[in-house]
Every structure is written in C-alpha cells, then in structure tokens.
Design a binder for this molecule. Structure first.
Ligand SMILES: Nc1ncnc2c1ncn2[C@@H]1O[C@H](COP(=O)(O)OP(=O)(O)OP(=O)(O)O)[C@@H](O)[C@H]1O
Length: 298
C-alpha cells in the first residue's frame, strides 16, 4: 500500500492551485504523543474528497484543523484558499470556509446538573442569519424539507440535524468540511443533499472534504479519496485511480479490506518498550509515558 501514498508537495492539478494545502504539519493533543507528524495534503477546487479511516485515526482532528479550530504551526502550514486556516478569521466569518460537524444537542446549556433548554423555531434560527440570498435559503429549506414552525427542542435528531445543515450551508462556501453529518438523515434527504453538494462543486468550483463511515452511493459521488491510518496519510488519490475499486464491487468492501489489514498489522507488532515509543515525541522517551499502544495493557 505504501507505494500509493501521496505525500508530494505538488500544488497544482490540471493547472489549478490547491484550495486546501497542508504542508509538514505536526500536531498532538496536550500530554499525548503527536497524532500528525510531517503531514502533507493537497486538495483542489471542484473536488469532493472522501476522508476515510478507522475510529481514532484522526479524521475529526484533521477537519477541525482545516476549519481553523486549532492553531497548528505557522501561517504556511495549513492553508485554505491561500489563507492561513487559523489566523485569517475572515475565511470563516465571510462564509468561504464552512465546517459542519458534531451534533446539536437539545439543551443549550446547563446550570450545574440541570439542563437548560431554549424554545427557538427553525424559522427564528434560519432567518436570524443576515445577508443571505433568499433564493439559496428557499432552496435549502425545500431541499432539507424543513418545517419553519419546528420548535428546536421538540423535534427529532434528524429534524434538528436538517436545520443545523441548512444553517451551515446558507453562505455559498468555497470550501466545505463535513464530519459525518448525514448520519441522522433518512435516505431521501441524504441523497438529495449529496446531489446538492455535487452541483455546488460542478457549478461553483467549491471543494468538499467529507469524513464518513457510510459509503452508500459515494462511489459515483466522490472524485477523490484520502485514507488516514493513525494520523498518517496512507492514500490520497482520484477515486477513478484506486486500483482495488476496478476489481471490487463497492467502496465499502475496499475500505473494509484496508481497515482489516490495518488491524492485522497492529496485532503482528512485537510489544517492546521501544515500540511503545516509536513516534518521535517529546513525551515518548519513557516506557511509562501514556500512549495509545499502552492502553491495551492496562
Ligand atoms: N480533545 C481531545 N483530547 C485528547 N485527545 C483527543 C481529543 N480528541 C481526539 N483525541 C484523540 O485523537 C485521536 C484522533 O481522534 P479523532 O477524533 O480525530 O479520530 P476520528 O478519525 O475522527 O475517529 P472517529 O472515526 O471515531 O470519529 C484519537 O486517538 C483520540 O483519542
């Protein structure tokens, strides 16, 4: 698999410069070994890139970094639309960079153990966003089949999710980062939304990165695929160039085989004090330092 890994610093595809560019990124959570070490990735305008990997491989963290939610390195390490994802706040404030992740909860806060709820209508939420093109807003409300009278604390998870998605898409984004947001949607809503995303990429040259474990219908939707294992980019290529997809029935079975072979390699690793400290890390000099590998032996 290693020969397929793309770590190139190439910044152009078909004459277009990348809309997302990560170069030599290092990142780790406080007190933990680094998750990303010398991580590189380039994604180009018009791409619909699937981000796949096992639980805990780093997909959410990567999307949050791209969304400018973590400061990582200097201004040149994580670039979105040729701006620093973290430092250039206009990217998010102006609506060019949109991130849809996590899920809205029914409660809006808590006083000690007591959850506080707010009674807001879908209309209040959606029409509360200023400066929106009314045609785009109507299109999204219709596409997501939102009833503007819904009270946000009384609707189902999927209904609340529709409002969340609608609000995230109100501005005509240039880069959209999706973290498993279609999980609560019914099949019709999911397929309509995927069609809308495709249109946005084809008509406006928008770029989408979509982290998901649900591959239904994505074989013909995605243009690119990035596969992460333990914070390492193992594959980054056009979907049409994934060899295994030529001989396999679907994306699900291809990704399943990658993840299964990951597990086997993991099991084969000899367990030694030095292997527990393999990643070069300021925290990794002692066999007693906490690490994900050590978690197996507690
Ligand atoms: N806030 C945090 N503090 C410390 N460690 C974290 C935090 N969030 C995630 N991690 C760790 O970082 C690693 C990557 O987590 P991340 O959520 O990015 O994975 P993921 O690929 O999105 O997983 P999943 O498919 O389960 O959503 C995991 O080992 C996780 O335990």
């Amino acid at each position: 698999m290693a020969d397929k890994v793309s770590r190139s610093g190439e910044e152009e595809e078909n004459g277009k410069s990348s809309s997302i560019s990560v170069s030599g990124m290092q990142f780790g959570y406080d007190g933990q070994p680094p998750l990303f070490v010398e991580f590189n990735l380039n994604i180009f305008p018009g791409s619909r890139c699937l981000l796949v990997g096992a639980n805990g491989s780093g997909k959410t963290t990567l999307l949050r970094i791209l969304a400018g939610k973590h400061m990582v390195g200097g201004r040149d390490v994580v670039r979105v639309l040729n701006h620093s994802a973290f430092h250039d706040t206009q990217l998010v404030c102006g609506g060019d960079l949109a991130y849809l992740g996590g899920s809205w909860s029914k409660t809006i806060g808590s006083a000690g153990e007591v959850p506080l709820q707010g009674d807001f209508s879908a209309e209040h939420m959606i029409f509360g966003v200023e400066g929106i093109n009314p045609i785009r807003r109507e299109k999204l409300i219709e596409l997501l089949d939102i009833d503007l009278q819904w009270r946000m604390h009384k609707v189902s998870d999927g209904q609340r999710r529709r409002v969340q998605i609608c609000m995230g898409l109100l501005y005509p984004f240039q880069v959209l980062l999706l973290d498993e947001v279609t999980v609560d949607l019914d099949v019709v809503a999911r397929m309509d939304l995927l069609d809308f995303f495709r249109e946005e990429c084809e008509q406006r040259g928008a770029t989408i990165v979509y982290a998901t474990h649900i591959f239904d219908g994505l074989e013909t939707w995605a243009t690119h695929l990035a596969y992460i294992q333990d914070g390492e980019l193992r594959r980054s290529e056009k979907l049409s160039e994934v060899d295994e997809l030529k001989s396999s029935t679907n994306l699900l079975s291809v990704v399943e085989s990658w993840l299964r072979s990951e597990t086997k390699q993991e099991k084969k690793k000899p367990i030694t004090a030095s292997s527990l400290n393999q990643k070069t890390s300021p925290f990794g000099s002692s066999p007693f330092t906490s690490s994900r590998h050590m978690a197996y032996y507690r």
